[in-house]
Design a protein. Structure first.
Length: 310
């Protein structure tokens, strides 16, 4: 029998429970399906999700509450930008699996996007059929395929060399307009405040690089986060494969001795081959899904889950 569920938004008092749910539900699913745990730090490390999403979009953590017990049966974050709504880190408690909890959360967020006349976008695992099916059954369609690549960055670092006629450097707040324009042209979305947040880096967990040509035009950017709850490169957009390779190398070099993961577009073999040359391995597969008209990608896109970017 399905449990009675009510939806409400989280407050700060819920954060410990939300973090525990993210940690337990995600690791449970992967371990139960013969894969490795996703979160390997302390259970509290997933408080990172509550903190980052709250910093960026206060009050947008949606909870499914089991009315019989008052406990949290599911949680999900969503973010509205001028071009889209994105959905991140959907979790249902294992005790409630298959009872429609995630569907209730998704329906609320889908309605929110529809009411605002915006597409709903996300990146879902292609190895996790429960997740893929949840979104696909609700009408989201895949438009891009990514392979998650993992590498323990050598302590001596990784050399990064800009292609001829280009140079690499740290991003600054003065770059945000050019970064926003580039992402709009490559991926069709716009979200200046995310980039300002990464570059301000008040937590000290973020890093962001840009690549520019001799005329000073930015042709690529890539952010990364290194924290016990998330060690990811992304988001990033680049005009050319060679921009992407140089930026990945530079962000990896900024994370010496750490094990990092990034989503590489599987239809750009020059990039994936360069990553194999670095001894990176595949550890997951993801698809970008959206409602409405699928975007036309005009370059290289590297999405992330921190925060969710499709
Ligand atoms: C993925 C997850 C959130 C699903 O939560 P859930 O509450 O069990 O999902 P629901 O019961 O709401 O069911 C999801 C929908 O997918 C459908 N579905 C599931 N497997 C399916 C399959 N193989 N083929 C077709 N449809 C399928 C269900 O029928 C249901 O659709 P319906 O409501 O229209 O019938 C949950 O398994 C979870 O938390 N996993 C670990 C964390 C995770 O992987 N999160 C996703 C990150 S991308």
């Amino acid at each position: 029998m399905n449990t009675a569920i009510e939806l409400r938004h989280a407050t700060r008092a819920d954060w410990d429970d939300v973090a525990a749910l993210i940690y337990q539900s995600t690791n449970h699913w992967y371990l139960a399906n013969g894969k490795s745990a996703i979160f390997t730090g302390e259970p509290s490390s997933t408080l990172l999700f509550c903190q980052v999403y709250e910093d960026l979009d206060p009050g947008r953590c949606l909870l499914a509450i089991d009315q019989a017990t008052g406990s949290i049966a599911g949680s999900c974050f969503y973010r509205q930008r001028e071009t889209h709504v994105s959905l991140g880190i959907m979790n249902a408690h294992p005790d409630h699996a298959g009872k429609g909890v995630a569907r209730r959360l998704l329906t609320f967020i889908r309605n929110f996007a529809d009411e605002n006349h915006l597409p709903l976008r996300l990146v879902s695992s292609a190895m996790n059929l429960d997740s893929f099916s949840l979104y696909n059954r609700a009408g989201l369609a895949p438009y891009a395929f990514y392979q998650d690549m993992i590498l323990e960055v050598p302590a001596k670092g990784i050399s990064s060399e800009a292609p001829v006629g280009k140079s690499l450097r740290d991003a600054t707040l003065a770059d945000v307009d050019a970064i926003v324009t580039l992402e709009q042209e490559v991926l069709g979305i716009s979200r200046a405040k995310d980039f300002e947040y990464f570059i301000r880096n008040e937590s000290g967990d973020w890093h962001m690089s840009v690549i520019e040509n001799n005329e000073g035009q930015i042709t690529g950017f890539l952010a990364s986060i290194q924290h016990p709850g998330s060690s990811l490169l992304g988001p990033g957009c680049m005009r050319e494969d060679e921009d992407a390779i140089a930026l990945i190398q530079r962000e990896l070099d900024a994370r010496r001795g750490k094990t990092m993961v990034w989503l590489a577009p599987s239809n750009r073999p020059a990039i994936t081959q360069a990553m194999y040359d670095l001894r990176a391995k595949n550890c997951e597969l993801h698809v970008a899904q959206t409602t409405g008209t699928p975007p036309q990608i005009n370059g290289v896109v590297m999405p992330t889950f921190m925060p969710e970017t499709a």
